[in-house]
Design a protein around this ligand. Structure first.
Ligand code: PDD
Length: 286
């Protein structure tokens, strides 16, 4: 079956889903995206993803062509039309197609482009979650507004390609000696004295929805969480490391640049937080 995509008001077969070569998302990466997980046909942590979408578009003065409530309805309809049980909904909004290729915003009434598609993935039973992943480190060469979920992802494409070429599952990006985040995930460690450490939100990282939920769930269980910077040396001396994202939930990290973290296998805290997150995701999915 040809999957169904959403393009500017219509549900169309994915193979026929097209936008203009003048689209400013294509020409300038002048756009915002979101990725939300789907569990048993329902959207995971949807309010959090939609709030971030609203914030991201606001930060670049981009108008959404539909209300947030309508966007969630469209996502649900797309899931239903694709009969998607488990995976992700990808959503992208751009500043539309304008023939001038003017760097400044188009003048007049150029409608935003809104597209969505789904990807099937059994996130709960992913083998990499049971085995853990290796990460490599790369310099963080991105721009200074990483808090905006921009489609300008070339730095992450290169970082994740380097990881893939090295047989690793993610790249941790390093700035001024500290880990910022993964190419498409938030980075965590568990120190020797059982403190969960993750970098605080700022313009240096994307405010991960999964990160936010995991921090809250951990604190509710009286687990100690510190939001502060950490180095690769500290991560290598840690008991555990893990990443969080909509497309992986919580995933243990077992090595950094080929050196083992802790015992070099998935740690109990990462696996516990993964279970806790999946329980939360199921209980609150819409
Ligand atoms: N990436 N940091 C970066 C740079 C990301 O791209 C992502 C998500 C995260 C985690 O955010 P969240 O928990 O809200 O998914 C952190 C998505 C999954 C992607 O680009 O596919």
């Amino acid at each position: 079956m040809d999957p169904i995509a959403y393009v500017n008001g219509s549900f169309v077969p994915l193979s026929e889903a097209k936008i203009s070569i003048l689209d400013r998302g294509f020409l300038f990466a002048d756009g915002i995206y979101e990725v939300a997980a789907v569990l048993d046909g329902k959207l995971v942590d949807s309010a959090s993803h939609l709030a971030r979408l609203e914030r991201s578009v606001g930060e670049i003065q981009l108008a959404l062509p539909e209300s947030i409530a309508r966007i969630e309805e469209l996502q649900k309809e797309l899931i239903a039309r694709n009969q998607l049980d488990n995976g992700m909904v990808y959503l992208q909004v751009t500043r539309g197609a304008d023939k001038s290729r003017d760097f400044a915003f188009p003048k007049g009434d150029v409608p935003s482009t809104l597209v969505m598609f789904v990807t099937a993935k059994d996130i709960v039973n992913a083998l990499s979650a049971k085995a853990g992943i290796g990460v490599i480190t790369v310099p963080d060469i991105r721009w200074e507004r990483r808090d905006i979920k921009s489609v300008a992802l070339l730095a992450q494409v290169l970082a994740k390609q380097a990881a893939a070429a090295a047989g690793a599952g993610e790249a941790w990006m390093i700035e001024d000696g500290y880990v910022t985040e993964g190419g498409s995930s938030s980075a965590f460690i568990l120190t020797k004295d059982d403190v969960i450490v993750t970098r605080p939100n700022s313009n240096a990282i994307l405010p991960g929805c999964t990160r936010k939920a995991v921090v809250a769930l951990a604190e509710e269980r009286q687990l100690k969480v510190e939001e502060r910077l950490f180095t690769v040396a500290e991560a290598l001396a840690a008991k555990e490391a893990f990443i969080t994202s909509a497309s992986s939930f919580v995933q243990p990290v077992i090595s950094i640049d080929g050196k083992p973290v802790g015992e070099g296998r998935p740690g109990p805290m990462a696996m516990r937080l993964r279970e806790i997150y999946i329980e939360f995701a199921r209980a609150t999915a819409v």
